[in-house]
Design a protein around this ligand. Structure first.
Ligand SMILES: [Zn+2]
Length: 95
């Protein structure tokens, strides 16, 4: 999956986690919204997060727990093992 919008940065991938929606083991795409507003018509104001995980299998979009997102942004890159199915919240399906 490729994201070309200016306000969205591909931030990496999670480790092998279980998607809460489709139940498959996946490496979710992590996306960071850089405009402060939102992505895919999901308002950041409503959720107060700017890091999202997207399941490549079912295209479900999840908000990454705010505390986890903040830590992942500060610590050295590729340290996303802290993002897992327990700290993401389903937002919508991208279809
Ligand atoms: Zn899924």
């Amino acid at each position: 999956m490729k994201f070309s919008a200016d306000n969205i940065k591909e931030f990496g991938n999670t480790e092998d986690i279980v998607c809460p929606r489709c139940g498959k083991h996946v490496y979710m795409n992590l996306l960071k919204a850089s405009n402060g507003l939102g992505v895919f018509n999901v308002s950041l104001i409503n959720y107060n997060v700017d890091l999202f995980a997207i399941c490549p299998e079912c295209k479900s979009m999840f908000a990454v727990n705010k505390d986890i997102a903040a830590r992942a942004g500060k610590e050295k890159s590729n340290n996303y093992s802290m993002v897992n199915e327990k700290n993401i919240t389903f937002l919508k399906e991208l279809k």
